[in-house]
Design a protein around this ligand. Structure first.
Ligand SMILES: *Cc1c(COP(=O)(O)O)cnc(C)c1O
Ligand SMILES: [Zn+2]
Length: 408
């Protein structure tokens, strides 16, 4: 019995194929590589999903790790799909749900990519790797690498959330801060990789991180049963999660596990201060341009140019989705509403998806009665400085002067 039905790596641009038992980065044509499975053979199996496992390894037959002993896990996956009725009422969306990726090891959904990426790196005998990050990926990969016995070198912008710097450093990773953007960190990692021959674990420069992230798509389909969402909103930086969800939809469909009539419309949500995918979509382009001087408090989506942009745009066009930018004020407002109305302290990237849902509902792009699913990609508590509150400080024995005005 096979633990995995992985068959090979394939280039989505030039169709060249590669052996998954060897280390590969990009295709010779420069495109990211994707993982293919022997779905015809898998279809014949009695059991496709390993229901006994309550983490993302329940999909091990659709993951690239061939031997169970190489699995490096901290219990990631099977995060809750929460109804958001109060926030939904406020946004005019009757049927609003949130997949809460805050409830995952390392506090962001980057744990999914790290779990599968690090496990496959271990299987292929990688001893050292390097990557640029906006914070969460570096933290997740460092912690999973520590568990796997792999030595990571991480480069992140000095402005990245401080907690991610601490998670990275405490796990023993070699950490460098750069006074610049993730694109600057990327260039420094590329130089290091070239000089020292380390494994390059940059977004989509290794083919396996996306395989971890695609499990969000499987879970959404499994958890919603016959009530497939009509719209899925995803906070898009490198776009790996969105590409992964689209890949998951197609794989489940081919396996006969997709229960809906049509695919959910996939929406790429970006911040107005960094919206290259939105601009490309508005101009009906298949690739994005570098976004100069990008800036947003939603750090995970501050990616001025994504290497997989053409795949993100393809997923949007193929599902009749769209791309939307939201302002910093709209993000803050949505973050507050989610906490106040639903008791969910979400990350700014997740908040952006609710702000976008509101815009799309107001415009009529989301229609009455449609089922809408927003992805909250991380914990609010990882961004202590994004939310500003100003409670009154009293001396012991002083009157509380109970008055709502005192608590801003
Ligand atoms: C990395 C990140 C994103 C963007 O993920 P991509 O799949 O690279 O687009 C969104 N939210 C958070 C919290 C992140 O850390
Ligand atoms: Zn190619």
């Amino acid at each position: 019995m096979s633990f995995s039905f992985v068959s090979h790596l394939v280039c989505p641009k030039c169709s060249k194929t590669y052996d998954h038992n060897k280390l590969h980065q990009l295709c010779t044509c420069g495109s990211p590589l994707l993982v293919d499975y022997d779905l015809e053979r898998l279809k014949e199996e009695d059991v496709i999903i390993d229901q006994a496992r309550n983490d993302l390894w329940r999909y091990h037959k659709l993951l690239p790790v061939t031997s169970e002993e190489h699995v490096v896990s901290l219990g990631e996956g099977m995060t809750p799909l929460l109804p958001m009725p109060e926030l939904g009422a406020e946004l005019g969306i009757e049927s609003l749900f949130m997949k809460d990726e805050g409830l995952i090891p390392t506090g962001s959904f980057k744990a999914r990519g790290a779990a599968v990426g690090v496990s496959k790196a271990k299987e292929l005998g990688v001893a050292q790797l390097a990557m640029p990050t906006n914070g969460n990926a570096g933290a997740a990969w460092s912690l999973y690498c520590a568990r796997a016995g792999i030595k990571p070198t991480i480069v992140m912008p000095v402005d990245a959330p401080v907690i991610t710097r601490k998670e990275t450093a405490i796990s023993g990773a070699e950490l460098y801060l750069v006074n610049g953007l993730i694109s600057d960190a990327g260039k420094m990692v590329a130089n290091l990789v070239k000089e020292e021959g380390l494994y390059d674990a940059s977004t989509l420069k290794e083919p396996y991180r996306i395989e971890g992230k695609k499990t969000m798509g499987y879970e959404i389909l499994e958890q919603s049963g016959s009530e497939t969402p009509d719209v899925i909103l995803y906070p898009t930086g490198g776009g790996v999660g969105l590409i992964g969800i689209y890949k998951a939809l197609k794989e489940f469909k081919e396996l006969g596990l997709f229960k809906g009539n049509q695919f959910p419309r996939l929406v790429a949500v970006q911040a107005e201060g960094c919206a290259p995918i939105v601009k490309a979509w508005e101009e009906h382009k298949n690739e994005s341009e570098f976004w100069e001087d990008s800036k947003t408090a939603a750090f995970g989506i501050n990616v001025p140019k994504a290497i997989g942009d053409f795949l993100v745009l393809e997923a949007i066009y193929e599902t009749e989705g769209c791309a939307v930018a939201v302002s910093e004020e709209e993000i803050q407002q949505a973050l507050g509403h989610a906490a106040e109305l639903e008791g969910t302290f979400i990350c700014p990237e997740g908040a952006a998806t609710f702000a976008a849902a509101k815009k799309l509902r107001d415009k009529g792009w989301i229609q009455p009665g449609e089922r809408v699913l927003c992805l909250n990609t991380g914990q609010g508590i990882k961004y202590p400085d994004t939310v500003e509150v100003d409670p009154l400080v009293l001396q012991p024995g002083e009157d509380l002067q109970r008055n709502k005005e005192n608590v801003k």
